[in-house]
Design a protein around this ligand. Structure first.
Ligand code: CMP
Length: 143
């Protein structure tokens, strides 16, 4: 399953009414939307998702931000999905992101950086299952 990645349009993206624009960029770059929903995360769910960052100094702020409004998890498919998606969104800190990347274009800072993208194939599968059950993926897209 090296062909899938999990994107999240974060609460800043939704608040700024940029969801449509960002999804258009993602689809324009050749990604197929396998499944998508709007959710309001709670601390448990956001904390579970970002478990690997638990010890980081920014963890509590990150949970505050990720639970501050609705966000949109999106399961995506493309060849080399993980690395191509990371190229499309740019560096975590928009100040370091390449011109034309989604974070360079729309993000305000290292925390409120518009969009999440999985960092490995292994995590992509774990992250997709955080938001979408196998049954759901099967029902929506036949696999
Ligand atoms: P994301 O790619 O979703 O993975 C972890 C998130 O933590 C990251 O995007 C940012 O939103 C946030 N983050 C990472 N590093 C920092 C940092 N140094 N300060 C504040 N937030 C950070």
């Amino acid at each position: 399953m090296g062909n899938r990645t999990l994107a999240i349009l974060k609460p800043d993206c939704i608040r700024k009414n940029l969801a449509g624009e960002v999804i258009a960029k993602i689809q324009g770059a050749g990604f197929k939307v396998l499944a998508m929903k709007m959710v309001k995360l709670n601390k448990d769910s956001a904390g579970g998702f970002y478990e690997i960052h638990k010890k980081r100094p920014f963890f509590n702020d990150l949970l505050e931000f990720m639970t501050s409004g609705p966000c949109m998890p999106i399961a995506l498919e493309k060849e080399n999905a993980v690395s191509d998606f990371r190229k499309l969104i740019g560096a975590t800190n928009p100040a370091n992101a390449d011109e034309g990347t989604i974070r360079k274009l729309y993000a305000d800072g290292i925390e409120q950086n518009i969009v999440h993208g999985s960092d490995s194939d292994e995590n992509a599968n774990i992250e997709i299952s955080h938001f979408f059950s196998r049954k759901e993926l099967l029902e929506i897209n036949g696999f």
